[in-house]
Ligand binder design. Structure first.
Ligand code: K7E
Ligand code: CUA
Length: 638
């Protein structure tokens, strides 16, 4: 290591204030043993919880087990993933469209009555304004909605309502609308707008469609969450850049001591649309909140706040100050009183601004760089501290008079994290009944936490036991880049399928017996229907010609757990992987003559290596006149 790098590391450590939260726990032999046992899941045993964490600009969602923190599975969402052939077969390629990456930030498990119902996991794509739905029956992405019209930078998303009626989203960026219209960024205040979107979720199928939108001033909406209990039907977002700067945001967007956060009555928005109070832009009903009172309110919160998290009772809404060493606690009951009594401190473009003192319960001095807050359902809050690099545990209201006078008294505990914690997640925090017990700190930097693998320092997450009065850091693990938010679900609450039952396969090109399989030609269209079974393809030869368009459907006819087959085609950038009972399809234009082996890419048996065949691409006009000839020579499979 060069001396300058060491110096930089030390400077970084100093800048991050790594010692500010006290000494790292778990250093004595007894503590080490206890911590190791707390997170130990012996071979053959299983984890108690799933951790679904977003993979940021890797575009994927990762599944780890808790308490082991072992990486268990990758769920490809916005980027191709050859291991499961996501983005290679026709169906998933179509779903990805023109994009091969996304920026995943906030996963949300579907809920019924503010409790996880184990059906779906929704995630947002900040980069290309999309939302995806993963089905927890098979842990696969089944829908990608978007790019959402009139929406740019889908970061304040995906926040699910208490009965999964909507995924609510807010824009990080503002642009001239509708999309495609051009205006000079110098005219930002006048010409640019942001948007809050209500994405409607079909209660039976989970299918999403854009429901309605609310036009907003060009603030940069940041993080949000949805209400429950007393705040049922409401949603909350922080913002930065209330200054409406369009350049050098680092300076120009941090001028004001308080930024205007949004309080949205989504049920009122839904009703306004039903009552015909919306105008249509790019096919979406849009509400102008200045003309439809009661849909949108602002509340000032310091300073460039980031997370805005509703507690399990739905009464307290906590915003992390980012540039202010405190979290701000809003009292939703006071919010309602202020709205009813019109206790406003003015308005912004016709949107009422609630009087700060009337709705705020207190500012809790948690430390430097508070970002996100989670809850254990026992009256405690846990806030991630980006600058202090730690997790702070503090007590939610109601507070005693003595505590109110000095809110340092409600700060209960701090545990150091390494380094610069972004999100944190407490098991079940966003439901009405958190599981509590575990908290995971998802760190932005990890400077030196892992064995050296070059300049890109691997990310890390840390497992914290929050079951006692004092938090205990018990384990640490590598985390796929780049982690943002996560959801924790009890394993016992879902029962994912282990095979796709044959009678559920509705693919018209599925083949289950030798007699149904084969190769046919229609003009220059060659279509092959293959059966994959241990350890062969039937047929295992496909004849075609240069210039043909080749379509191949492969059905894995197995009905045995974990019996997966692949189909890799040499030098054609094709790999498909079929789970038991699944049919997949690819389509390519054949451009070069030759004999191209195809083979099973997924280990399936002792004779997996023998599972292979040939695509014979003849010169135009040569070879067997129809693909049927290929079928006959496939008789080699016994
Ligand atoms: Cu804090 Cu995109 Cu949720 Cu990341 S955001 S840390
Ligand atoms: Cu089939 Cu390997």
């Amino acid at each position: 290591m060069k001396p300058t790098i060491i110096l930089n590391a030390i400077a970084l450590a100093a800048a991050l204030g790594l010692t500010s939260c006290g000494k790292q726990t778990g250093t004595s032999q007894a503590e080490r043993t206890a911590n190791a046992l707390a997170s130990y899941v012996a071979p053959g045993e299983k984890d108690e919880y799933y951790l679904f964490y977003s993979g940021g600009h890797s575009g994927q969602v990762y599944v780890a087990g808790i308490p082991s923190l072992r990486h268990i599975s990758t769920i490809p969402v916005f980027a191709p993933y050859p291991a499961t052939s996501y983005g290679f077969d026709e169906e998933s390629r179509k779903m990805l469209g023109d994009f091969t990456w996304g920026d995943v930030h906030h996963p949300a498990l579907s809920q019924t009555n503010s409790k996880y119902d184990g059906r779906w996991l929704f995630v947002n794509d900040n980069a290309n304004n999309r939302i995806a739905r993963i089905d927890l029956r098979d842990f696969k992405t089944h829908q990608i909605l978007g790019p959402i019209p009139n929406s740019i930078g889908n970061h304040g998303s995906s926040f699910i309502t208490e009965n999964s009626e909507y995924i609510l989203c807010a824009t990080r960026f503002s642009v001239p609308l509708p999309k495609g219209r051009v205006a000079d960024p110098k005219d930002y205040e006048k010409e640019f707008n942001g948007m809050v979107s209500g994405i409607k979720v079909d209660p039976k199928t989970g299918e999403m469609k854009v429901g309605w939108q609310i036009l907003t001033p060009p603030f940069d909406w940041d993080l949000g969450s949805t209400g429950k209990g007393p705040s049922s039907g409401w949603a909350f977002w922080t913002s930065y850049n209330t200054e409406m700067a369009h350049d050098t945001l680092e300076v120009n967007s941090t001028q004001k001591d308080r930024d205007l956060c949004a309080i949205v009555n989504w049920r009122a928005a839904e009703k306004a649309v039903a009552d015909g109070k919306a105008q249509t832009m790019d096919g979406v009903p849009i509400i102008d909140p200045a003309k439809v009172p009661g849909v949108l309110y602002f509340v000032p919160i310091g300073k460039s706040p980031h997370g805005m998290d509703v507690d399990p009772t739905g009464k307290w809404v906590v915003a992390g100050g980012k540039l202010q060493p405190a979290t701000t606690v809003l009292n939703f009951e006071k919010v309602q009183v202020a709205i009813n009594n019109k206790t406003f401190e003015g308005d912004f473009r016709g949107i009422p601004i609630l009087k700060y003192e009337a709705v705020v319960e207190g500012e809790v001095p948690v430390g430097l760089g508070p970002l996100h807050t989670q809850y254990d359902g026992k009256g405690n809050a846990y806030t991630s501290m980006f600058i202090d690099s730690c997790i702070v545990k503090w007590k939610l209201p109601p507070w005693t008079d003595e505590e109110k006078k000095d809110l340092t008294k409600v700060v209960l505990d701090k545990v150091p994290a390494h380094f610069s914690t972004g999100h944190l997640v407490v098991a079940g925090s966003d439901t009405a009944q958190p599981y509590g017990k575990w908290c995971v700190a998802m760190n932005k930097l990890s400077a030196g936490r892992h064995i050296n693998v070059g300049p890109a320092q691997p990310e890390s997450s840390q497992l914290i036991d929050i079951s006692g009065d004092k938090m205990k850091m018990v384990a640490e693990a590598y985390t796929e880049p780049e982690p943002h938010f996560a959801q924790i679900l009890k394993v016992s609450e879902i029962q994912p399928a282990e095979v796709y039952p044959k009678d559920e396969n509705k693919d018209p090109n599925a083949v289950w017996e030798k007699a149904q399989s084969g190769v046919t030609r229609n003009g220059n269209q060659v279509e092959a229907k293959l059966m994959a079974i241990r350890s062969r393809y039937n047929p295992d030869r496909i004849d075609a010609q240069v210039g043909d368009e080749l379509t191949v459907h492969v059905t894995n006819v197995e009905q045995t757990r974990d019996m997966i087959h692949g189909f890799g085609l040499i030098e054609h950038n094709i790999n498909m992987v079929m789970d038991p009972g699944e049919t997949k399809t690819f389509r390519i234009k054949l451009t070069k003559p030759g004999v191209f082996p195809f083979y099973c890419t997924n280990f399936c048996s002792a004779l997996h290596q023998e599972m292979q065949g040939y695509l014979v691409v003849w010169e135009p006009g040569k070879g067997p006149a129809t693909g049927a000839a290929g079928t006959s020579s496939a008789g080699g499979s016994k």
